[in-house]
Design a protein around this ligand. Sequence first.
Ligand SMILES: *[C@@H]1O[C@H](CO)[C@@H](O)[C@H](O)[C@H]1NC(C)=O
Ligand SMILES: *[C@@H]1O[C@H](CO)[C@@H](O)[C@H](O)[C@H]1NC(C)=O
Ligand SMILES: *[C@@H]1O[C@H](CO)[C@@H](O)[C@H](O)[C@H]1NC(C)=O
Ligand SMILES: *[C@@H]1O[C@H](CO)[C@@H](O)[C@H](O)[C@H]1NC(C)=O
Length: 419
Amino acid sequence: MKPFMVVLYLFTAVSFCNAGGSRFSGSQQNAEVMKHLKRLNKRPIRSIQSPDGDIIDCIHISHQPAFDHPFLKNHTIQMRPNYHPNWINDMNIKVTSSPPPSSSSSLYKDKGIVQLWHVNGECPNGTIPVRRTKKEDILRATSVKRYGKKKSFTTVAQPSSTDPDNISQNSHQHAIAYVKGEYYGAKATMNVWNPKIQQINEFSLSQIWILGGSFGSDLNSIEAGWQVNPDLYGDNNTRLFIYWTSDAYQATGCYNLMCSGFIQTNNEIAIGGSISPISELHGSQYDITILIWKDPEEGNWWMQFGNGKVLGYWPSTLFSYLTKSASLIEWGGEVVNTAANGQHTTTQMGSGEFPEEGFGKASYFRYMEIVDESNSLRDPKDIGIFTEQSNCYNVQMSTDGNWGSHFYYGGPGRNPNCP
Ligand SMILES: *[C@@H]1O[C@H](CO)[C@@H](O)[C@H](O)[C@H]1NC(C)=O
Ligand SMILES: *[C@@H]1O[C@H](CO)[C@@H](O)[C@H](O)[C@H]1NC(C)=O
Ligand SMILES: *[C@@H]1O[C@H](CO)[C@@H](O)[C@H](O)[C@H]1NC(C)=O
Ligand SMILES: *[C@@H]1O[C@H](CO)[C@@H](O)[C@H](O)[C@H]1NC(C)=O
């Protein structure tokens, strides 16, 4: 099988015409967009056209965007964590376990999740796969500076401020499980779906949040999961994503490799790439496992995806609170409700079904685990749950089966009880 490769450096030849409906105008802004594109799209060693429309560039590992960061100019890439606790490979056992006994086991497919671009080639050792940013991607952002950034810190659920009268109608909504304490990592296996998005400027995601500090302007966050985000990617595909910030989503941090920060070491997984297959109602169920943990020697936060694929790390120097430990871990879903036309959005969370529907219909997180002060991976204690409007999206812990700590979450958004 001959991989189809685009060896041209297309980004040098992008025309300067202004896309219709763009939020930018004028040649100065156009130059700014082109400059930003050049910063993001490093010179590829090989390019692979994915059937889903993405172009995956194989970038030399030491040319990745992370090294544009002033703190990281002299950073020596760590190809693997210095400390490799034995529980890291625990995952192999757990991923193959069965669904809860109360559900039909034929529904659960234990196949690996793949990325579509793999059918057309692979990135050689010493390179990393990077989803190429298109000019239109940047033009959809509110500004060049905001491209690849979450819009506000309401993006993190604040389980302590549960005053229902104080929930803004036009906001981010969550359905999460959480624990508070001192943590050095977190893990979960999350069901993968393709929720419908009502408005282009809304999104729906499912993720783990590793948080440090209070909900002030210096909140530290490390995040990973899957999302459908038409504004960011220009389509409705379900994509693997990561995020970080050290100042509550203001000046620092971004999605994926859209700014310098995360250092990728893996040559198989494109962060921001589509994932498939996707679970179906009453049909096959698919899930992904994500583990994030702090290397106690170097202090960097590492991420592992699926069965033993270490993706890379967030250097400790990016953070303030998270240089020591995390104080809050959250697992669950988030949607943006723009309340267009004064009504609640119909953007779905999870599968679009409420948690009481259970396995095969509602989306789940299973094997929620945390890394504690003694650097052991264990079941979290005193798990809380939180949602702003349970009639729109809800969350329910579950005790069926041998899935460890697990819960169902999600919902349809607008419905007779959520007008
Ligand atoms: C990187 O480190 C080397 C050796 O310590 C030093 O000579 C060089 O000036 C440093 N470069 C930057 C950009 O800090
Ligand atoms: C790439 O690295 C892997 C793991 O170190 C090794 O097994 C494989 O042979 C290498 N492939 C090439 C083409 O060098
Ligand atoms: C409501 O939220 C605002 C802004 O987040 C906050 O300043 C205010 O104290 C909150 N009010 C109550 C009653 O919780
Ligand atoms: C994404 O889905 C919405 C409806 O859910 C649709 O209106 C829109 O055209 C889709 N966008 C793309 C790029 O397919």
